[in-house]
Design a protein around this ligand. Structure first.
Ligand code: FES
Length: 318
């Protein structure tokens, strides 16, 4: 997949909350940017072969600028820290066109948006869209403490009826409670969650335990710890007619690269979908956080950066 790049300039940077930088991006000419739908993200080229994904957090009706929220997170793989510490107003950067793997369900009658920490960013663009469509929703923003989050003033101004803040250090009734929000089971309710992996797993697992089917649970992981190790297997590339062996500690992407077959990658931890490739034969061992349960069970595509094989051999469309 070839990703078209766009040159943009950082037109504004505002530091908010605890270690969050909010960047506004626009074309140097001021012309319109490609439109996006709520939930979309862009790749930001932070350095040579150093690309990270960030959700677009502004109103999708704004045609001339994109907005990102970036957390100065020392536990990240370095992209967010570099952006936070080094990127200033006036700087030129390259970004991809928006892609959306986290869209709103157009048929949802009710929506709960749950953002943990910096995971609030896609929820804000969703809230703008739902508000403009006149659809009922709640926007839950979970942070460690009052003042730690970004966008709080904007959320109170724009969504005074819908936004609910939850502070970890405040305890009691105000804490985010999946039981209170998701029960009794509601066939009309769609749940969206984004944030730290532990928060997301907790919300998703609660929703599942309350019998919400996967069609009603929507999520997007920013990053993930993925175990890419396992038994060795063979991969045959049907288009290039090349066979590679993937060792116990290897990934398909690395094994293919060693054989001269380049695969476009971005996150390399199974969250962005850049490396998803069709599978023609064999059974993948899915390790990613990108494909839905249905897509996994179809076994006709897989993330080459992290997933492995349950069968001895895979045939892929490369
Ligand atoms: S590179 Fe992001 S899912 Fe594989």
């Amino acid at each position: 997949m070839t990703i078209k790049l766009i040159d943009v300039v950082i037109t504004a940077r505002e530091d908010q909350g605890a270690g969050i930088a909010v960047f506004e991006l626009a074309r140097p000419s001021g012309d319109e940017l490609p439109r996006f739908d709520a939930g979309a993200h862009i790749d930001v080229h932070i350095g040579d072969n150093f690309i990270r994904q960030y959700s677009l957090s502004g109103n999708s009706e704004n045609k001339n600028s994109y907005r990102l929220g970036v957390l100065n997170d020392p536990n990240s793989r370095g992209g967010s820290v570099k952006l936070y510490q080094e990127f200033k107003k006036g700087q030129l950067i390259k970004i991809s066109e928006p892609r959306n793997h986290f869209p709103l369900d157009a048929d949802a009658k009710k929506t709960i948006l749950a953002g943990g920490g910096i995971g609030i960013t896609p929820m804000i663009s969703m809230a703008y869209t739902l508000k403009s469509q006149g659809k009922p929703f709640e926007l839950h923003y979970c942070t460690r403490s009052k003042g730690a989050g970004a966008f709080e003033r904007e959320l109170l101004q724009q969504f005074p009826e819908q936004v609910i803040f939850h502070y970890d250090d405040d305890g009691g009734e105000q804490l985010f409670s999946p039981e209170k929000l998701f029960l009794p089971y509601d066939a009309d309710l769609h749940i969206y969650v984004c944030g730290p992996t532990g928060f997301m797993d907790w919300v998703i697992n609660n929703a599942k335990s309350f019998n919400y089917p996967s069609e009603q649970i929507h999520f997007e992981y920013f990053s993930a710890d993925v175990d890419v190790t396992g038994d060795a297997f063979e991969v045959y590339c049907a288009v290039s007619d090349i066979t590679v062996s993937v060792g116990e500690e290897d990934t398909i992407v690395k094994a293919l690269a060693a054989a001269g077959v380049k695969v476009d990658v971005s996150c390399e931890e199974g969250v962005c979908g850049t490396c998803i490739t069709d599978v023609l034969e064999g059974e993948p061992d899915h390790r990613d956080h990108f494909l839905t349960e249905e897509e996994r069970s179809d076994n006709d595509q897989m993330a080459l950066c992290c997933s492995r094989a349950k069968s001895k051999r895979l045939v892929i469309d490369l």
